[in-house]
Design a protein around this ligand. Sequence first.
Ligand code: MN
Length: 222
Amino acid sequence: MSLKKYQEKRNFKISPEPSGKSNATAAHKKAGLYVIQKHRATQLHYDFRLEFNGVLLSWAVPKGPSLDPSVKRLAMQVEDHPLEYGDFEGVIPEGEYGGGTVMVWDNGEWLPESDDVEKALEKGDLKFTLHGKKLKGSWVLVRTHGYGSKEGKSWLLIKHRDEFASQKDVALEEPRSVLSRRLLADIARDGGGNAEKASTGDPPGSLKSGTKKSVKKKRGKS
Ligand code: MN
């Protein structure tokens, strides 16, 4: 686990992302930080992160998580991120690595379901429980033999069957930040980014329909 790759890819004089340089050591806890960042970069994706050994293990999930146990979502492992990245919500300047808008879409804690996380990662079969605001219950990350398997970077994120499994499209129905309740377009606008590009990651018409509804409500009451 190292932040070398993370730091090499970024210019912290230009990007507001945390450098991770002030975070050399972190106490090992049994329950770790869990966070998903919705990231409208070149392509929309959801960055799934689990705290382990003082860093955030990270996977980019193009379609986001599914609560349906029959749905397997591709999760490409990317470089470890610093722990303080878990709070980062804002705009990465265009032209920089990952340029675009970042939202803290879900967060909470995770607990491994096996004693030896290192071994589970090596084996390519990590079972865990999430205590997030949106995602809960038992999940698994399984390494695949498909695209990217040579480097061991290609995994699948799958919900286990339990009381939190459902057919609900959680990415579509709960599109807002758990930190600020903002949509991607709001975060982009507030951070001086490209709100139009960011809005393509929000559910279609979510800003407009929200405004219309509140207008209608007021009219109906008066
Ligand atoms: Mn990303």
